[in-house]
Design a protein around this ligand. Structure first.
Ligand SMILES: Nc1nc2c(ncn2[C@@H]2O[C@H](COP(=O)(O)OP(=O)(O)OP(=O)(O)O)[C@@H](O)[C@H]2O)c(=O)[nH]1
Ligand SMILES: [Mg+2]
Length: 368
């Protein structure tokens, strides 16, 4: 599961990346360098429930769910009107499952903005349009090719080509009206065709307003007030994040970090909120396996049945699946132990088809 960081040059992408990963990748005053190698990081997804489970089981190992973060080079606006984002950038972005768009909202006059002024809404709109234009250029090229193919083809091949044309024509109309595909509900048939194109505007998007230090913790800040109607209209969650401060926090050691956050009156670091939000974008949920050896979070697509969830752990467990013993996290916490939960009848025996819920603690019974 991969999340790509996008944004205009100098919006703070690499600073956000460093804040999230605790890495120390180079930040520039301004580069926008095309072809620069992306920064890659894998980060654990914090989950208080898992901390609670670890305190209960005191396992040798606690393994959190993870997300992969990719920080690409800054994109230069206007490029997609000609040939799309740079080919390297497109290549990287096609492979990610979701996008985090870093919007410059910090005012620091020492850092020039490529457009000469700081205006988060304008920048958010520019990027949204770039995503749409990149998709539109793919659709238009394909439609041209399809027209030629339709003239040559016969029988079932012709029917398939015509069906694709119809769907892409609808997609084109949506994009032309500046509707990002993430906001459109597509039928199964449409999805099947559309999936192969890995459209950028179809990927779930999180807007991250990279705010000034002074705006930290303010829910009614000028930036949020300005950006939130846009975010709502585009189906994108919005998060305020001060990349500079968060990067400094990420470089502290654990105890210093706790002191620092409590001095700021913050319970949860922006980093933790951002990583959780990025994970949630992916339409996945965690379930837990618990025990004295390991407390571990496993990531599955929402709606996955128990037998498929078991396959995540080992194909033998899926093959020899008998039953899943399931305790919802809240029930387990309420009861204080697996034993108590069982006594109260809160450990359920579920079959193959049971749809695993977020936070289920599962013990799979299997025989091979
Ligand atoms: N004051 C302030 N400066 C910031 C903040 N975030 C980033 N910067 C500065 O802005 C400059 C650009 O930050 P980067 O993280 O390199 O931006 P980028 O989007 O990765 O830039 P490119 O990769 O060149 O497109 C650096 O000098 C950062 O130190 C912030 O929250 N506040
Ligand atoms: Mg950068």
């Amino acid at each position: 599961m991969k999340v790509g960081i996008i944004g205009l040059p100098g919006s703070g992408k690499t600073t956000v990346f460093n804040a999230i990963t605790g890495a120390n990748a180079e930040v520039h005053a301004f580069s926008g360098a095309a072809g620069a190698e992306p920064n890659l990081g894998i980060v654990p997804v914090p989950d208080e429930r898992q901390n609670w489970l670890s305190a209960l089981y005191k396992p040798k190992k606690t393994t959190f769910a993870t997300v992969e973060i990719v920080d690409v080079a800054g994109m230069v606006p206007g490029q997609s009107k000609k040939d799309g984002f740079s080919p390297q950038l497109i290549q990287h972005l096609r492979q990610v499952d979701a996008l985090v768009h870093v919007v410059r909202s910090f005012t620091d006059p020492a850092i020039p903005h490529p457009d000469g002024s700081v205006d988060p809404l304008r920048d958010a709109e520019i990027m949204e349009l770039e995503l749409i234009l990149a998709d539109l250029s793919v659709v238009e090229k394909r439609l041209e090719k399809l027209d030629q193919e339709i003239q040559r083809k016969k029988g079932p091949e012709l029917t398939t080509a015509e069906a694709e044309k119809e769907i892409l024509a609808r997609v084109k109309e949506l994009l032309t009206n500046e509707t990002p595909l993430r906001q459109v509900t597509l039928s199964e048939e449409e999805l099947k065709i559309v999936r192969g194109y890995t459209f950028l505007s179809q990927k779930p998007l999180l807007l991250v307003a990279n705010i000034d230090e002074g705006e930290i913790g303010k829910t009614d800040s000028a930036t949020l007030t300005r950006l939130s109607p846009f975010a709502t209209a585009k189906g994108a969650p919005l998060l305020a994040f001060c990349a500079k401060t968060e990067m400094e926090i990420a470089q502290l050691d654990e105890s210093e970090r706790v002191d620092f956050l409590s001095a700021l009156g913050i319970e949860e670091s922006g980093r933790d909120r951002l990583v959780k939000a990025a994970y949630q974008l992916l339409n996945v949920i965690p379930f837990f396996t618990v025990g004295e050896d390991e407390v571990k979070a496993w990531t599955i697509t929402a709606g996955t049945p128990a037998q498929e969830a078991a396959r995540k752990i080992h194909s033998d467990i899926a093959r020899g699946f008998i039953r899943a013993e399931v305790a919802a996290f809240d029930a387990l916490k309420e009861c204080g132990s697996w034993h108590n939960a069982k006594e109260k009848g809160l450990v359920r025996l579920e079959g193959k088809e049971y749809v695993v819920a977020n936070g289920d603690c599962i013990n799979f019974r299997f025989a091979v």
